[in-house]
Design a protein around this ligand. Sequence first.
Ligand code: PMP
Length: 407
Amino acid sequence: GTPVSQTFIQKEGSYGARNYAPVPVVVDHAKDCLVWDVEGKEYIDMMSAYSSVSHGHLHPRIVAAAEAQLKKVAVMSRAYYSTTLGPLLEKLSEVTGFERALPMNTGAEAVETAIKCARRWGHRVKGIPDGMQRILVARGNFHGRTSTIVGFSSEQDYRSGFGPFCDGFQHFDYGGMESVKAAATEHTCAVLVEPIQGEAGVIVPPAGFFRDLREWCTQKDILLIDDEVQAGLGRTGRWFAFQHEGIRPDALILGKALGGGLLPVSAFCADDKVMQVFVPNSHGSTFGGNALAAAVALEGLKVLQEEGLVDQCAAKGEYLFRRLREVQAEVAPLIRDVRGRGLWIGVDIEPTCTTARDMVLRLAAAGVLSKETHETVIRFAPPLTITQDLMDRAVDIFRGVAVEKCR
Ligand code: PMP
């Protein structure tokens, strides 16, 4: 970084915990799909804050909704009713098809909510002795960073030294139905699963897996809980990734883009027969469903609906995918694979050539923001508002970096 950038980088480095290793770009401001650093250099945002900024940065309608609510009231807690939470819950029910939603703040909190709900449902409705409930989770999962959640991660970096962990989770191989069946016991109350494994490196499940899983869960009276914190709200080219699979889960977890790119907002969605296990005093959050967050989330959902961003995402994603595949062919053997759905694409780098991190740093220097996951995968997940022109510019820059690397 340059001198002005360095002062900010040094402050974070000196006074912050070292739990991130940021790309050395100091973001000053952003508009839609473009970001400017503190030196005034422009970047194309192909990462959108881990898929949170699906509407583009500071979408005018969402900013206006926030500003209007900031003239009224922001935080009053769920001790009272508000004029924005009810309308948000009604809209969520309309778009998800689930009868009820429980609002939280972060993705991990909504996942924790799902775990508590599933266990209590397993005990009170299914009759599993309390404390014996088991939840099946996939190898390679990512559901957040709380102690409970990292306790069932299969990633050593997320877990090592953080024990003791919570009991009651069993692993299956993502995409392997036989492995699901082998992991289940009479105490299994739920399967918690991502429709595409994002942090694992954008892993798309084999065709038919979710259909089989759905059928098996129904047969065994086990809840199928779909974590769409990253996949949901249009990212894959459908409103929800489960629609690609032709199934309906028993519960749905949303986060990230639910906050309209402005705020942390998450939700656990389910029908009454599941949600009924929550009664007053059983669960909650001081900030969950606050008036400002609800106003922002509601406007974000309306923008997705009214601007046709979900349909556009499918077509744009196909275009980006095709262009990245062209680069792959041109720079063989640098890129092992290009995979994903909608505007959520993983580019898998051949490790004997270089690392994903190296490519991400080079891309940033050349004006494209992306993110590595693990050693080999570069993730591209731009706002759904991205134009073809910007995708072309980003791919051309990527191509330049890749060609240079191959030389
Ligand atoms: N679930 C999934 C599928 C995610 O991708 C993430 C975040 N990457 C989370 C949960 C956790 O969300 P948060 O960081 O907001 O807690």
